[in-house]
Design a protein. Structure first.
Length: 428
């Protein structure tokens, strides 16, 4: 009995965009309303933190209404702000808190407390904030905010979260703040700032913000999450006879690295762009199985391409095990400081499924055209590992199970339901 994916699949609201809209709406004048707001645990953490800072927030399923407090209207929280597993919540909110005239504490779960925070602490200190960190580099963070000054800051590592932290802090800084990137990263913050009325200047690899007078409220629908769609796209490329359409997706150019990479190697993917919403391009993607795509020679992901597919590498590694020539991943050491050490976890789980894969300091070498075998998968509480190896289980022989399937709630609570509805069966 063969498996295939078919039909029209609707993705949850983009997690990255939802975080940013909520934070900027909290600082805006007026009431912002967002449809299709991400229902992930990560974005719930952002909402809870903002509410603890005195921001009125109402939610009805995926409709969120936020009454802005203005740039100077946040109030001190009565306890440490808890970001859960969300690095985006902690890093971006730190930028906002650095400009407040009160002291704040930020923390998260055990996984988040292991992730490096020195990369945001350094620029925020340069801007004038006082920050203490556990061991000098990790959460919990204690931030004593106040008047900030604009700076020119070159990111030592390409990171949309660090860039966004500095840009949000710039809303409270005297003078101009400029961030220079070593490689292009997601530009959701820049687009969101402009939608809320902030003047942003962008060039090749730098972005500049001058202190604005005020932010204004916005309305709109959050585009579907392309990173969530990636799991279904790869599944359709792996399962013969698959044909899926994913409407309403965010098609931000800095997020299309996966789509362009797959298309350039012969994947049968069609992209139809519609009207932009609050500066974010939105449209539909259709993916159909094409046997010739899987017959590709050895493929490589490396260099400047990595930052724009960093969240999709777990599912691309699964794909690589099925390509005739396999897949080489380099320059991806950032994966080691995600929700888990994703390089180690991907390698370990592929090997558990009988795949040949060699771990490298900054990536891995995955042999191709391999017959995977069902296995018990250790997720390490990492949502993208769980979803990627669920897709691996669809092409494996035998039964695949996850030790912690509930961890998908971090980004995609309805992942398993959506997958079940898309799956159909036929005779080989």
């Amino acid at each position: 009995m063969s498996r295939r994916l078919s039909g029209t699949l609707y993705m949850p609201g983009d997690k990255s965009i939802s975080h940013r809209y909520a934070m900027l709406a909290a600082l805006a004048e007026g009431v912002s309303t967002f449809e299709n707001f991400s229902d992930s645990e990560d974005c719930a953490a952002t909402r809870r933190c903002l509410a603890a800072l005195g921001v009125p927030i109402a939610q009805d399923q995926t409709r969120v209404v936020i009454k802005g407090c203005g740039r100077n209207g946040l109030r001190p929280a009565t306890a440490a702000l808890y970001a859960g597993n969300s690095g985006t919540t902690l890093r971006l909110l730190a930028g906002i808190l650095a400009g407040q005239r009160f002291e704040s504490a930020l923390t998260g779960d055990a996984s988040l407390q292991r992730r490096p925070m020195g990369r945001i602490i350094e620029p925020l200190r340069q801007m004038g904030a006082e920050i203490e960190a556990d061991g000098g580099n990790c959460a919990p963070l204690r931030i004593r905010g106040g008047p900030l000054k604009g700076i020119d800051y070159t990111l030592p590592v390409a990171s949309a979260q660090v860039k966004s932290c500095v840009l949000l802090a710039s809303l409270f800084a005297e003078g101009t703040t400029r961030v220079i990137e070593p490689a292009p990263t997601r530009d959701h913050t820049e687009r969101a700032l402009e939608s809320f009325g902030i003047e942003v200047a962008c060039r090749d690899r730098w972005v500049e913000v001058k202190r604005p007078a005020a932010l204004h409220a916005v309305q709109g629908r959050v585009p579907g999450d392309l990173s969530s769609a990636a799991f279904f796209m790869v599944a359709a490329l792996l399962l013969p006879g698959s044909d899926i359409t994913l409407p309403g997706l965010g098609l931000n150019p800095t997020r299309l690295g996966l789509v362009r990479w797959l298309q350039s190697h012969g994947a049968r993917i069609e992209v139809e762009t519609g009207a932009a919403v609050n500066g974010e391009p939105v449209g539909a993607i259709r993916v159909r199985y094409r046997r010739e795509f899987l017959e590709a020679d050895t493929l490589t992901i490396c260099g400047d391409h990595v930052p724009n597919v960093i969240d999709e590498i777990p599912i691309l590694a699964v794909l690589g095990s099925q390509l005739r020539g396999g897949l080489i991943i380099r320059d991806a050491a950032e994966l080691r400081v995600k929700e888990s050490d994703r390089i180690a976890r991907i390698v370990e789980n592929l090997q558990t499924m009988s795949a040949m894969v060699v771990e490298q300091p900054d990536g891995m070498i995955i042999s191709g055209a391999q017959a995977l075998h069902g296995a018990r998968i250790a997720t390490f509480g990492d949502h993208r590992i769980a979803m990627a190896f669920t897709i691996a289980g669809l092409v494996a022989q035998g039964v695949t199970s996850l030790d912690d399937p509930a961890c998908v709630r971090v980004s995609f609570p309805d992942f398993f339901t959506t997958l079940e509805h898309a799956l159909s069966f036929g005779n080989d």
